[in-house]
Design a protein around this ligand. Structure first.
Ligand code: C2E
Ligand code: MG
Ligand code: MG
Ligand code: MG
Length: 290
Protein backbone atom coordinates (compact mmCIF):
# COMPACT_ATOMS: atom_id res chain seq x y z
CA UNK A 1 0.00 0.00 0.00
CA UNK A 2 1.15 3.56 -0.66
CA UNK A 3 2.40 4.80 2.63
CA UNK A 4 5.55 6.62 1.50
CA UNK A 5 6.11 10.32 1.31
CA UNK A 6 6.11 13.11 3.84
CA UNK A 7 2.82 12.15 5.38
CA UNK A 8 4.13 8.74 6.39
CA UNK A 9 7.27 10.27 7.90
CA UNK A 10 5.38 12.81 9.91
CA UNK A 11 3.13 10.10 11.20
CA UNK A 12 6.11 7.96 12.17
CA UNK A 13 7.31 10.55 14.65
CA UNK A 14 4.00 11.65 16.08
CA UNK A 15 2.97 10.09 19.36
CA UNK A 16 -0.52 9.87 17.98
CA UNK A 17 0.70 7.48 15.36
CA UNK A 18 2.46 5.33 17.91
CA UNK A 19 -0.98 4.87 19.42
CA UNK A 20 -2.29 4.47 15.86
CA UNK A 21 0.22 1.72 15.13
CA UNK A 22 -0.68 -0.01 18.37
CA UNK A 23 -4.36 0.29 17.53
CA UNK A 24 -3.72 -1.12 14.06
CA UNK A 25 -1.87 -4.07 15.53
CA UNK A 26 -4.76 -4.68 17.91
CA UNK A 27 -7.25 -4.48 15.04
CA UNK A 28 -5.04 -6.87 13.05
CA UNK A 29 -5.06 -9.46 15.84
CA UNK A 30 -8.75 -9.08 16.58
CA UNK A 31 -9.58 -9.45 12.89
CA UNK A 32 -7.59 -12.68 12.79
CA UNK A 33 -9.67 -13.97 15.71
CA UNK A 34 -12.90 -12.82 14.10
CA UNK A 35 -12.04 -14.73 10.92
CA UNK A 36 -11.25 -17.90 12.84
CA UNK A 37 -14.26 -17.79 15.16
CA UNK A 38 -16.59 -16.07 12.64
CA UNK A 39 -17.77 -13.95 15.57
CA UNK A 40 -18.76 -10.37 14.89
CA UNK A 41 -18.45 -10.40 11.10
CA UNK A 42 -21.69 -9.93 9.18
CA UNK A 43 -22.79 -9.21 5.65
CA UNK A 44 -25.39 -6.52 5.07
CA UNK A 45 -27.15 -5.80 1.77
CA UNK A 46 -28.12 -2.45 0.24
CA UNK A 47 -30.69 -2.40 -2.58
CA UNK A 48 -30.00 -0.96 -6.03
CA UNK A 49 -33.26 0.36 -7.36
CA UNK A 50 -34.35 0.88 -10.97
CA UNK A 51 -34.53 4.64 -11.61
CA UNK A 52 -37.60 4.25 -13.84
CA UNK A 53 -39.72 1.68 -11.98
CA UNK A 54 -38.36 1.95 -8.38
CA UNK A 55 -38.10 -1.84 -8.33
CA UNK A 56 -35.17 -3.49 -6.56
CA UNK A 57 -32.81 -5.01 -9.13
CA UNK A 58 -30.01 -6.32 -6.93
CA UNK A 59 -28.21 -5.76 -3.64
CA UNK A 60 -24.64 -4.72 -2.90
CA UNK A 61 -23.07 -6.78 -0.13
CA UNK A 62 -21.20 -4.73 2.47
CA UNK A 63 -19.18 -6.33 5.24
CA UNK A 64 -19.79 -5.26 8.84
CA UNK A 65 -17.67 -5.94 11.91
CA UNK A 66 -18.98 -5.69 15.43
CA UNK A 67 -15.74 -5.57 17.41
CA UNK A 68 -15.99 -7.17 20.90
CA UNK A 69 -14.82 -3.97 22.65
CA UNK A 70 -15.03 -1.18 20.09
CA UNK A 71 -18.44 -1.88 18.63
CA UNK A 72 -19.06 -1.40 14.92
CA UNK A 73 -15.95 -0.65 12.88
CA UNK A 74 -16.34 0.68 9.34
CA UNK A 75 -15.03 -1.45 6.46
CA UNK A 76 -13.34 1.74 5.25
CA UNK A 77 -11.14 1.30 8.36
CA UNK A 78 -10.61 -2.45 8.60
CA UNK A 79 -10.41 -3.45 4.90
CA UNK A 80 -7.12 -1.51 4.53
CA UNK A 81 -5.78 -3.25 7.66
CA UNK A 82 -6.81 -6.61 6.19
CA UNK A 83 -5.02 -5.68 2.94
CA UNK A 84 -1.82 -4.66 4.72
CA UNK A 85 -1.69 -7.68 7.02
CA UNK A 86 -2.27 -10.47 4.55
CA UNK A 87 -5.80 -11.17 5.72
CA UNK A 88 -7.80 -9.83 2.79
CA UNK A 89 -7.60 -13.24 1.11
CA UNK A 90 -9.34 -14.98 4.01
CA UNK A 91 -11.76 -12.10 4.59
CA UNK A 92 -12.56 -11.83 0.89
CA UNK A 93 -13.24 -15.54 0.63
CA UNK A 94 -15.49 -15.44 3.68
CA UNK A 95 -17.38 -12.50 2.12
CA UNK A 96 -17.79 -14.28 -1.23
CA UNK A 97 -19.08 -17.47 0.37
CA UNK A 98 -21.46 -15.71 2.76
CA UNK A 99 -22.89 -13.28 0.20
CA UNK A 100 -23.40 -16.00 -2.44
CA UNK A 101 -25.07 -18.24 0.12
CA UNK A 102 -27.40 -15.47 1.32
CA UNK A 103 -28.22 -14.37 -2.24
CA UNK A 104 -29.08 -17.94 -3.21
CA UNK A 105 -32.07 -17.76 -0.84
CA UNK A 106 -33.47 -14.55 -2.38
CA UNK A 107 -36.40 -15.02 -4.73
CA UNK A 108 -36.35 -14.72 -8.50
CA UNK A 109 -33.28 -13.52 -10.28
CA UNK A 110 -32.24 -10.87 -7.74
CA UNK A 111 -28.52 -10.37 -8.03
CA UNK A 112 -25.75 -9.70 -5.56
CA UNK A 113 -22.80 -7.35 -6.12
CA UNK A 114 -19.70 -8.20 -4.10
CA UNK A 115 -16.77 -5.85 -3.54
CA UNK A 116 -13.39 -7.29 -4.49
CA UNK A 117 -10.28 -5.39 -3.48
CA UNK A 118 -7.31 -4.86 -5.80
CA UNK A 119 -5.26 -7.20 -3.60
CA UNK A 120 -7.79 -9.99 -4.18
CA UNK A 121 -7.84 -9.17 -7.90
CA UNK A 122 -4.06 -9.64 -8.04
CA UNK A 123 -4.39 -13.22 -6.76
CA UNK A 124 -4.38 -15.63 -9.74
CA UNK A 125 -6.60 -17.99 -7.71
CA UNK A 126 -9.48 -15.49 -7.57
CA UNK A 127 -11.53 -17.12 -10.37
CA UNK A 128 -11.31 -20.50 -8.62
CA UNK A 129 -12.28 -18.90 -5.28
CA UNK A 130 -15.31 -17.30 -6.96
CA UNK A 131 -16.26 -20.57 -8.65
CA UNK A 132 -16.00 -22.41 -5.31
CA UNK A 133 -18.32 -19.88 -3.67
CA UNK A 134 -20.82 -20.33 -6.51
CA UNK A 135 -20.63 -24.13 -6.28
CA UNK A 136 -20.99 -24.19 -2.49
CA UNK A 137 -24.01 -21.85 -2.54
CA UNK A 138 -25.75 -23.06 -5.67
CA UNK A 139 -26.10 -19.42 -6.80
CA UNK A 140 -26.38 -19.12 -10.57
CA UNK A 141 -23.43 -17.19 -11.96
CA UNK A 142 -25.81 -14.86 -13.84
CA UNK A 143 -26.83 -13.42 -10.45
CA UNK A 144 -23.30 -12.53 -9.38
CA UNK A 145 -21.52 -9.27 -10.01
CA UNK A 146 -18.08 -8.25 -8.76
CA UNK A 147 -17.34 -4.61 -7.96
CA UNK A 148 -13.80 -3.50 -8.73
CA UNK A 149 -12.19 -0.10 -8.41
CA UNK A 150 -9.76 1.61 -10.74
CA UNK A 151 -6.94 0.53 -8.43
CA UNK A 152 -6.96 -2.93 -10.08
CA UNK A 153 -5.22 -1.28 -13.04
CA UNK A 154 -2.13 -0.47 -10.96
CA UNK A 155 -1.00 -4.07 -11.31
CA UNK A 156 0.90 -5.74 -14.13
CA UNK A 157 -1.06 -5.12 -17.37
CA UNK A 158 -0.73 -8.69 -18.65
CA UNK A 159 -1.89 -10.21 -15.36
CA UNK A 160 -4.74 -7.66 -15.21
CA UNK A 161 -5.82 -8.54 -18.74
CA UNK A 162 -5.75 -12.26 -17.98
CA UNK A 163 -7.74 -11.83 -14.77
CA UNK A 164 -10.46 -9.91 -16.63
CA UNK A 165 -10.54 -12.63 -19.28
CA UNK A 166 -10.78 -15.44 -16.70
CA UNK A 167 -13.50 -13.71 -14.66
CA UNK A 168 -15.57 -13.10 -17.80
CA UNK A 169 -15.04 -16.75 -18.73
CA UNK A 170 -16.79 -17.70 -15.48
CA UNK A 171 -19.74 -15.60 -16.59
CA UNK A 172 -19.78 -13.06 -13.74
CA UNK A 173 -20.71 -9.46 -14.41
CA UNK A 174 -18.22 -6.74 -13.52
CA UNK A 175 -18.89 -3.25 -12.19
CA UNK A 176 -16.43 -0.37 -11.96
CA UNK A 177 -16.92 1.11 -8.48
CA UNK A 178 -16.30 4.69 -7.34
CA UNK A 179 -15.84 5.82 -10.92
CA UNK A 180 -14.27 9.22 -11.35
CA UNK A 181 -12.06 9.11 -8.26
CA UNK A 182 -8.48 7.94 -8.07
CA UNK A 183 -6.72 7.03 -11.25
CA UNK A 184 -9.49 7.61 -13.79
CA UNK A 185 -8.29 7.02 -17.28
CA UNK A 186 -10.67 6.45 -20.14
CA UNK A 187 -8.15 3.97 -21.51
CA UNK A 188 -9.27 1.54 -18.81
CA UNK A 189 -12.81 1.61 -20.09
CA UNK A 190 -11.73 0.95 -23.64
CA UNK A 191 -10.38 -2.54 -22.96
CA UNK A 192 -11.85 -3.70 -19.66
CA UNK A 193 -15.08 -5.72 -19.87
CA UNK A 194 -17.26 -3.77 -17.43
CA UNK A 195 -21.01 -4.19 -17.51
CA UNK A 196 -21.73 -1.39 -15.09
CA UNK A 197 -20.24 1.93 -13.96
CA UNK A 198 -20.94 3.23 -10.48
CA UNK A 199 -20.76 7.02 -10.38
CA UNK A 200 -18.89 7.93 -7.22
CA UNK A 201 -20.84 9.43 -4.35
CA UNK A 202 -18.71 12.57 -4.42
CA UNK A 203 -20.39 13.60 -7.70
CA UNK A 204 -23.86 12.72 -6.47
CA UNK A 205 -23.86 14.06 -2.94
CA UNK A 206 -25.18 17.58 -3.01
CA UNK A 207 -25.46 17.55 -6.81
CA UNK A 208 -28.33 19.80 -7.80
CA UNK A 209 -29.26 21.65 -10.93
CA UNK A 210 -27.56 24.81 -9.60
CA UNK A 211 -24.36 22.87 -9.05
CA UNK A 212 -23.24 22.62 -12.65
CA UNK A 213 -19.99 20.75 -12.23
CA UNK A 214 -21.38 17.67 -10.52
CA UNK A 215 -24.45 17.60 -12.74
CA UNK A 216 -22.30 17.97 -15.86
CA UNK A 217 -19.99 15.16 -14.73
CA UNK A 218 -22.96 12.87 -14.06
CA UNK A 219 -24.35 13.63 -17.52
CA UNK A 220 -20.97 12.93 -19.12
CA UNK A 221 -20.52 9.60 -17.33
CA UNK A 222 -24.06 8.48 -18.24
CA UNK A 223 -23.44 9.39 -21.86
CA UNK A 224 -20.07 7.63 -21.96
CA UNK A 225 -21.52 4.53 -20.32
CA UNK A 226 -24.40 4.48 -22.79
CA UNK A 227 -22.01 4.67 -25.75
CA UNK A 228 -19.99 1.78 -24.27
CA UNK A 229 -23.13 -0.26 -23.56
CA UNK A 230 -22.67 -0.13 -19.80
CA UNK A 231 -25.33 0.40 -17.14
CA UNK A 232 -24.90 3.34 -14.73
CA UNK A 233 -25.52 3.48 -10.99
CA UNK A 234 -25.75 6.71 -9.00
CA UNK A 235 -24.24 5.90 -5.59
CA UNK A 236 -24.91 7.67 -2.32
CA UNK A 237 -28.23 9.33 -3.16
CA UNK A 238 -29.53 10.77 0.10
CA UNK A 239 -31.85 13.64 -0.75
CA UNK A 240 -34.88 14.08 -2.97
CA UNK A 241 -33.26 16.75 -5.12
CA UNK A 242 -30.31 14.44 -5.76
CA UNK A 243 -32.68 11.64 -6.72
CA UNK A 244 -34.54 13.91 -9.12
CA UNK A 245 -31.30 15.08 -10.69
CA UNK A 246 -29.73 11.67 -11.28
CA UNK A 247 -33.00 10.33 -12.68
CA UNK A 248 -33.33 13.29 -14.98
CA UNK A 249 -29.70 12.87 -16.09
CA UNK A 250 -30.39 9.26 -17.06
CA UNK A 251 -28.76 7.07 -14.41
CA UNK A 252 -30.19 3.55 -14.73
CA UNK A 253 -29.99 2.49 -11.10
CA UNK A 254 -30.06 4.32 -7.79
CA UNK A 255 -28.32 3.29 -4.58
CA UNK A 256 -28.48 5.37 -1.43
CA UNK A 257 -29.97 6.09 1.92
CA UNK A 258 -32.94 7.80 0.29
CA UNK A 259 -34.19 4.26 -0.35
CA UNK A 260 -32.41 2.15 2.21
CA UNK A 261 -29.21 1.61 4.12
CA UNK A 262 -27.57 -1.80 4.01
CA UNK A 263 -29.77 -4.33 5.82
CA UNK A 264 -28.98 -7.61 7.57
CA UNK A 265 -30.08 -10.77 5.76
CA UNK A 266 -33.12 -11.39 8.00
CA UNK A 267 -34.48 -7.92 7.16
CA UNK A 268 -33.81 -8.44 3.46
CA UNK A 269 -35.71 -11.73 3.56
CA UNK A 270 -38.59 -10.19 5.53
CA UNK A 271 -38.94 -7.39 2.97
CA UNK A 272 -38.74 -9.75 0.04
CA UNK A 273 -41.25 -12.14 1.59
CA UNK A 274 -43.63 -9.26 2.22
CA UNK A 275 -43.34 -8.44 -1.49
CA UNK A 276 -41.64 -5.14 -0.77
CA UNK A 277 -39.59 -5.15 -3.92
CA UNK A 278 -40.65 -1.67 -4.84
CA UNK A 279 -39.29 1.28 -2.98
CA UNK A 280 -40.61 4.72 -2.28
CA UNK A 281 -38.08 7.34 -1.23
CA UNK A 282 -37.85 7.99 2.50
CA UNK A 283 -39.60 11.08 3.75
CA UNK A 284 -40.58 14.31 2.03
CA UNK A 285 -38.35 16.20 -0.40
CA UNK A 286 -35.54 17.76 1.51
CA UNK A 287 -32.87 20.15 0.43
CA UNK A 288 -29.44 19.87 1.89
CA UNK A 289 -28.08 23.10 3.23
CA UNK A 290 -24.36 22.26 3.34
P1 C2E B 1 -18.33 1.04 -1.75
O1 C2E B 1 -18.15 -0.29 -2.37
O2 C2E B 1 -18.27 2.22 -2.65
O3 C2E B 1 -19.73 0.95 -0.99
C1 C2E B 1 -20.64 2.01 -0.86
C2 C2E B 1 -20.51 2.68 0.48
O4 C2E B 1 -21.35 3.81 0.52
C3 C2E B 1 -20.95 1.80 1.65
O5 C2E B 1 -20.15 2.16 2.78
C4 C2E B 1 -22.39 2.26 1.86
O6 C2E B 1 -22.88 1.97 3.15
C5 C2E B 1 -22.25 3.72 1.62
N1 C2E B 1 -23.50 4.37 1.22
C6 C2E B 1 -24.49 3.87 0.46
N2 C2E B 1 -25.48 4.79 0.27
C7 C2E B 1 -25.09 5.89 0.94
C8 C2E B 1 -25.68 7.19 1.12
O7 C2E B 1 -26.76 7.50 0.62
N3 C2E B 1 -24.98 8.08 1.88
C9 C2E B 1 -23.77 7.77 2.43
N4 C2E B 1 -23.16 8.71 3.17
N5 C2E B 1 -23.18 6.57 2.27
C10 C2E B 1 -23.84 5.64 1.53
P2 C2E B 1 -19.49 1.08 3.73
O8 C2E B 1 -20.42 -0.09 3.90
O9 C2E B 1 -19.00 1.79 4.92
O10 C2E B 1 -18.27 0.55 2.87
C11 C2E B 1 -17.19 1.39 2.56
C12 C2E B 1 -16.27 0.76 1.57
O11 C2E B 1 -15.63 -0.40 2.14
C13 C2E B 1 -16.98 0.23 0.32
O12 C2E B 1 -17.24 1.28 -0.58
C14 C2E B 1 -15.95 -0.76 -0.18
O13 C2E B 1 -14.92 -0.10 -0.87
C15 C2E B 1 -15.41 -1.33 1.11
N6 C2E B 1 -16.11 -2.59 1.42
C16 C2E B 1 -17.30 -2.80 2.04
N7 C2E B 1 -17.60 -4.11 2.10
C17 C2E B 1 -16.57 -4.77 1.51
C18 C2E B 1 -16.29 -6.15 1.23
O14 C2E B 1 -17.08 -7.06 1.55
N8 C2E B 1 -15.11 -6.43 0.60
C19 C2E B 1 -14.24 -5.45 0.20
N9 C2E B 1 -13.09 -5.81 -0.41
N10 C2E B 1 -14.48 -4.15 0.43
C20 C2E B 1 -15.63 -3.80 1.05
MG1 MG C 1 -18.96 -1.18 -3.94
MG1 MG D 1 -18.69 2.85 -4.39
MG1 MG E 1 -15.76 3.18 -1.95
Amino acid sequence: AAKGGGRGQYRFYSSELKDGAKLRRQIEEDLRDALVTEQGLEMHYQPLVCAKTSKVKCFESLVRWNHPERGWISPADFIPVAEDTNQIGALGEWVLRKACKDAASWPGDLGVAINVSAVQFANPELPQIVQNALDASGLDVSRLELELTESVFIGDPTATHEMFRDLKKLGVRLALDDFGTGYSSLGYLKNAPFDKIKIDQSFVRGATEDDNNNAAIITAIVSLAGALDMVTVAEGVEAMDELELVRERGADLIQGWIYSKALPQDQVLAKLEAGELEYVPNGPAKHRSD
